[in-house]
Design a binder for this molecule. Structure first.
Ligand code: AMP
Ligand code: ZN
Length: 133
């Protein structure tokens, strides 16, 4: 059983901030900012692509409630909501989780860079291939 399944089963303690029969939200053990929270389904899926869409919807609804709640308590200037899929994208725990990260300023603990890569070019054919039909 994976570490987040054990947390969902209360076999490993966590600092839970929300729980119902389907999902659990708890404070990250290595927070990048104050309020850094992980939201997981209790059922195991490896990543967000595998995760049942109704559960993702429910996680999104609870994320929005947490945003409103944290806004009133922590007064951040913004939030990131993100989920990593596979090692190449930074996933280290292979039970789907969404990071909800309150943001305070550009020097806080999260560095998220979208560096423009000039070498990325598209032919018309490549763009056509990318269109979801
Ligand atoms: P990721 O790299 O996207 O897979 O994120 C995994 C996150 O899980 C990291 O931010 C870890 O700090 C966090 N984490 C790992 N183990 C625990 C735990 N026992 N309780 C709370 N957070 C954890
Ligand atoms: Zn699991």
């Amino acid at each position: 059983m994976c570490v987040f399944c054990k947390i969902a089963n209360h076999e490993i303690p966590s600092k839970a901030v929300y729980e119902d029969d389907q999902i659990l939200a708890f404070l990250d053990i290595s927070p990048v900012t104050k309020g850094h929270t992980l939201i997981i389904p209790k059922q195991h899926f490896d990543n967000f692509s595998d995760c049942d869409s109704e559960l993702v919807k429910h996680i999104h609804e609870v994320s929005k409630d947490l945003v409103k709640h944290y806004q009133s308590i922590l007064n951040p200037k913004g939030f990131n909501l993100l989920s990593n899929m596979n090692t190449a994208a930074g996933q280290s725990v292979f039970h789907v989780h969404f990071h909800l990260i309150p943001r305070y300023d550009e020097n806080d603990g999260l560095v998220l860079l979208f560096n423009h890569d000039d070498s990325v070019q598209y032919t018309k054919e490549e763009i056509n291939q990318l269109i979801l039909k």
